[in-house]
Each structure stands twice: as structure tokens, then as C-alpha cells.
Write a protein that binds this ligand. Structure first.
Ligand SMILES: [Zn+2]
Length: 263
């Protein structure tokens, strides 16, 4: 994933040099805001490097807000991202469900999230960009919690974050989410942490997540799509190391149901 403080074209360059398969392109301020990024230039850079692209958006947009004007503004900003991703050529864009509605019950912000998501799914359909929802620790991390968003909206995809699935839970929920909604899975995030509440975004192997187990579950489910290594460190060798670990697990014979390897 590109760093929102860095120039997107420069980020694409080092990812191509590292021989990654794709960029998880987050369009968010300051440097990667949709009003600062030129979609045509991004598409050109992707074509030149051969990198594919998945769309990501800011996690802090209040799309479930009790303030209707703020909810509308969040949808407007996410629509702007959808339009940019359509031009860039991203097949899917993620959104983060919102729960910041003090003094309201869960049913309220679920309803508001659903209103916002329904509109975005509609816009995305016209633009040719699918919308997927990312699981988050706390309120959107179990099968039952995500069902409240996924069941009413059959075209909404699931974006599984295996690191988030390890936070504020007794055991990692990734396997159960894959079992329940593997057929809705469109993208995955992978990073390590030590459970509890700290979303550490560590390199693979640096925390307590059984990465090999969850990658095997993912593969056994038939998933063969994109996996972002959401490893946040200024030292990019941690990302390279995580890439090598993931590749080793994915290619291991015991992880293979049908013997296929990802392209
Ligand atoms: Zn994530």
C-alpha cells in the first residue's frame, strides 16, 4: 500500500522495483488525496510497470454519522474515489464501516452504513468498480456482525483483513469469515500483531498470528486473488521479507489443494 504522505507515482516506482504484483492504492490526504492524484498519470505508470491495482480509501470517513450532512459528505468523497478508480482501472474499492455515533445504538449506525454502502454499490456498478467492506476490530469483526452489512447488500464484496481479525477477539475470526463468506471475498490484507487491541501492522512472523494456517485456509477456500502485505515500517526490507514468507507458504505443497500456483 502506498503511504498517504508520499507521492503516488514515486510509490509505484519502488513497488515495481520490488517486483510486487500490484499496488493497494489508497486515495487519501495529504499527498494521495483524490483531488491531488492524476488518474491518467497513475494509469500510465501502472501500464508501464505492469502493476495491477486495488482501490483503498481513508478509514476515518464518517459514513455512519448521525449528522446527515457529514454522512452525505462522506458518500460524496467516496464517490469521488470510485470515479478515480474507474479511470485508473481498479476493479474493486474498499470502504471501512463507521460506528462513531455516540448516544445511538448499533441498529442506528448499521442503518446509516447500509444507506451509504447501497448508494456506493449503485454508483460503482455504473462505473464498473465493485465496492467491498473491510472487517474492523470491535464492531465489524465476526460473521454475525458482518452479516448485518453483507446480507442486505448481495453485491457488496468482503475485504478480509486477517490482522484485524486477530484483535479484540478470543480467537482469530479469519477462518470463520472465510467459511461463511469466502464466496464474497474480493481482497485480503495480511499483517501481524499480538492480539489485544493494538493494530500493530507488524511484518509476518513478528507477532502471534498463525499466518501459515490462515493463508492455507484462504487457499483451500479457492481464493486466488490479491493479498496486500499491510506491513507498516519505513524499512522496506520488512515488506520484502514478508513477501518471501507469504510466497513460501502459498507455494508449499501442503497448502495446495489442486496444485495451482498464483499468477
Ligand atoms: Zn487492512
Amino acid at each position: 500500500m502506498n503511504h498517504p504522505k508520499e507521492d503516488v507515482l514515486a510509490e509505484i516506482r519502488w513497488m515495481a522495483e520490488m517486483k510486487l504484483d500490484f499496488i493497494d492504492l489508497t486515495l487519501e490526504p495529504p499527498a494521495a488525496a483524490p483531488w491531488r492524484v492524476d488518474p491518467k498519470a497513475v494509469r500510465k505508470a501502472l501500464d508501464a510497470t505492469g502493476l495491477k491495482v486495488v482501490g483503498h480509501t481513508a478509514y476515518y470517513l464518517p459514513m455512519g454519522s448521525p449528522f446527515e450532512s457529514l454522512r452525505r459528505a462522506s458518500v460524496a468523497e467516496l464517490r469521488r474515489c470510485l470515479e478515480a478508480f474507474a479511470e485508473i482501472g481498479a476493479p474493486w474499492m474498499n470502504v471501512h464501516p463507521d460506528r462513531h455515533a455516540p448516544m445511538h445504538d448499533r441498529a442506528f449506525y448499521i442503518q446509516k452504513d447500509l444507506e451509504s454502502l447501497a448508494e456506493l454499490v449503485d454508483v460503482g456498478r455504473r462505473l464498473g468498480v465493485g465496492v467491498m467492506v473491510e472487517n474492523l476490530p470491535g464492531d465489524f469483526n465476526t460473521v454475525a456482525q458482518l452479516a448485518e452489512l453483507l446480507e442486505p447488500l448481495p453485491d457488496l464484496g468482503l475485504h478480509l483483513d486477517i490482522g484485524h481479525a486477530n484483535l479484540l477477539v478470543e480467537r482469530n475470526t479469519a477462518d470463520s469469515l472465510i467459511a461463511a463468506y469466502g464466496n464474497r471475498l474480493r481482497h485480503a490484507h495480511l499483517h501481524d500483531n499480538k492480539g489485544g487491541s493494538a493494530d500493530l501492522h507488524l511484518p509476518l512472523g513478528a507477532g502471534t498470528i498463525d499466518v501459515a494456517r490462515h493463508v492455507r485456509t484462504l487457499k483451500a477456500s479457492g481464493y486466488d486473488g490479491t493479498i496486500t502485505l499491510e506491513v507498516f515500517s519505513p524499512d522496506k526490507s520488512y515488506l520484502e521479507h514478508s513477501r518471501d514468507i507469504l510466497r513460501r507458504i502459498w507455494d508449499a505443497p501442503e497448502a495446495s489443494a489442486g496444485g495451482a500456483t498464483p499468477s
